[in-house]
Design a binder for this molecule. Sequence first.
Ligand SMILES: [Zn+2]
Length: 74
Amino acid sequence: MQYEMRAEYAEGDSPQDRNARLEVWHMTRVNESTALCGRDLDPAALTQSSDAWGTPAGQPLCHACGALYIHQVP
Ligand SMILES: [Zn+2]
């Protein structure tokens, strides 16, 4: 199973906003927009490789996704 990180934006901001503020990164399965924690994310939201997990680029990370991801990855 492949995972990627998908952005959730601050209240009222959308991926189309030039200066959209990042709220938190969630973990999703590749090509899905529903996070492991159950949150529905914008299909247009920014994504990045799950390699960013545990690095500054992946912060802040959704705590629920973090806990779930740990159990999904061998
Ligand atoms: Zn999450």
